[in-house]
Design a protein around this ligand. Structure first.
Ligand SMILES: Cc1cc2nc3c(=O)[nH]c(=O)nc-3n(C[C@H](O)[C@H](O)[C@H](O)COP(=O)(O)OP(=O)(O)OC[C@H]3O[C@@H](n4cnc5c(N)ncnc54)[C@H](O)[C@@H]3O)c2cc1C
Length: 482
């Protein structure tokens, strides 16, 4: 039966997962593997959430969020998905920075990074080692007030060039800023420093196909075009969901949808205590993105210009300049033909962090004009790396925060979920409504491909214990902090 058909669903499941982002897929898979009867409902016709791709005439496939993740993804995919998936993860070896302060090429791992800091930036080896050691220090994690800027300036005072080197890639990776808690920076940066940056060879389409295949082999039922309208709650307990005009019962509901929408729209504020609702309302969403997708003609070859380029014309790094309405900074992810060997195509995806408000209010004509301008500015920038690239372009188009919003229903088109305070709200959900859980990008550290996969596992474990307690007739388990 088709994945887009809602009739013939069972009346009840142990767990219903709303949303098929990497957090939702992973939570569903873990629960199915534990023997629970699982239903996964995705509103879009494509599975994967922001881990997605699209096809265009001429044989082009564009990846949206496959620019890089830490090595930890290999371990997580091997343990929680399959060896085959883990084995397709490969290193992005040539990462380049080009800006008015420095030009360099790196593998973005601890050894190479330390070498660059010493050789190119003139920092003493001991100072570099002290910085790296501090990232794992226990007392530092307890210091919730320390900002990322304070941490970095503690080790590299009066060195805006080094702060740029340390911060720019992380700001692109999860939208975080100098003002976010230092420990979120330390965790994400350390994850990358472990062994560098990795991607999935074969593309996002191949990854999601393999994940969904595994999920269904483990017995989960998957439905697309299935917009959950409501999470049904009675007397503080989850009863199921309303989807496509029908009610499906469940012992537990895991929402992979936007955290604030889960509480305020899908569940409804009336089911939570007022203090909690205040916390939810205060949660800030992270920034959004614009992207330009460039597909080169079949057979067009380009020189090796790097795999991932952090380009900026801004004299110094600042979070504000990274979000500028007219981008002065962008990344280029270059997918050479070996990414999808059978297709023989080169594609280049340019990404910038962006503010939803800069795009939300534009009338249709102005919106289209701004998108064209974004494309033009991106091609002008790319010509610095590939002279004559325009003649090779077969397809080009742009996406904006509005695209992200309409695709995933994330508030303000957030690319990386919520700021740090969202993590507590997400974790506290089941203490408010019995059987209601959230697994998706929150709190900076539970964001990105690796963060959401790992968060899906953590939440699935909680749900498993909850369902086990129901099935064995034991009392509601205590909700220990994650
Ligand atoms: C432009 C861009 C570039 C990125 N680059 C990288 C990168 O290089 N590396 C990296 O690690 N991360 C990157 N990310 C972030 C990463 O893609 C996300 O953090 C991660 O994929 C989010 O997973 P998630 O589980 O939070 O769910 P999401 O991907 O947000 O998915 C949520 C799902 O829920 C569905 N949904 C919502 N409401 C409903 C409903 N009512 N009923 C049914 N379904 C519903 C949505 O349709 C969606 O499929 C990038 C993100 C963007 C936007």
């Amino acid at each position: 039966m088709g994945r887009d058909k809602l009739d013939e669903l069972a009346d009840a499941y142990d767990a219903i997962v709303i949303g098929s982002g990497l957090g939702g897929l992973t939570a569903a898979n873990q629960l199915a593997k534990s023997g629970h009867k699982v239903l996964l409902l995705e509103q879009h016709y494509q599975l994967g959430g922001l881990a997605t791709w699209f096809r265009r005439k001429g044989g082009h496939i564009f990846d949206i969020s496959l620019h890089g993740f830490p090595f930890g993804m290999v371990k997580s995919c091997r343990k929680y998905w399959t060896k085959e998936i883990a084995d397709s993860i490969v290193q992005v070896k040539d990462i380049r920075f080009r800006n008015p302060q420095f030009n360099l090429s790196t593998t973005y791992d601890r050894e190479d990074f330390a070498e660059n800091l010493v050789r190119l930036f003139g920092v003493g080896r001991n100072a570099v080692e002290r910085f790296f050691s501090s990232l794992g220090a226990a007392d530092f994690y307890k210091d919730m007030c320390l900002t990322t800027r304070e941490l970095l300036e503690r080790y590299f005072p009066n060195r805006p060039d080094i702060l740029r080197l340390l911060m720019e890639p992380i700001a692109y990776a999860n939208g975080s800023t100098f003002e976010d808690p230092a420990h979120t920076y330390a965790l994400v940066f350390s994850n990358f420093m472990q062994k560098g940056v990795y991607i999935f060879r074969g593309g996002t389409d191949a990854l999601i196909r393999k994940m969904v295949g595994e999920l269904e082999r483990n017995g989960a039922v998957v439905r697309i075009c299935a917009n959950v309208e409501r999470i049904a709650i009675e007397d503080g307990v989850v009863r199921g969901v309303k989807v496509g005009g029908r009610f499906v019962r469940a012992g537990a509901v895991v929402s992979n949808a936007n955290l604030k929408s889960t509480v305020l729209k899908l569940a409804g504020p009336e089911h939570f205590n007022p203090g909690f609702i205040k916390e939810v309302e205060a949660v800030r969403m992270g920034s959004s993105s614009t992207q330009v997708y460039i597909g080169l003609k079949h057979g067009a070859t380009i020189p090796a210009i790097g795999d991932l380029i952090f380009h900026s014309d801004a004299p110094a790094f600042s979070s504000a300049s990274l979000l500028a309405r007219k981008p002065v900074s962008r990344t280029f992810s270059v997918y050479y033909p070996d990414m999808r060997p059978r297709r023989g195509r080169t594609t280049i995806v340019s990404s910038t962090n962006a503010e939803y408000r800069d795009w939300a209010g534009l009338g249709e004509e102005e919106y289209q004009r701004q998108k064209q301008q974004l494309i033009e500015d991106t091609l002008v920038c790319l010509e610095q790396y590939i002279p004559g690239v325009r003649a090779m372009v077969d397809h080009v188009e742009a996406a904006t925060p509005r695209t992200v919003e309409s695709y995933t229903q994330h508030l303000f088109g957030a690319s990386f979920g919520t700021k740090y305070e969202g993590l507590k709200v997400s974790r506290d959900l089941p203490a408010q409504v019995r059987g209601l859980f959230h697994a998706g990008s929150v709190g900076i550290i539970m964001s990105g491909w690796l963060g959401t996969v790992n968060y899906g596992v953590i939440v699935a474990d909680r749900v498993d214990r909850f369902l086990h307690a129901i099935k064995t007739g034991r009392a509601q388990p205590a909700y220990a902090a994650l």
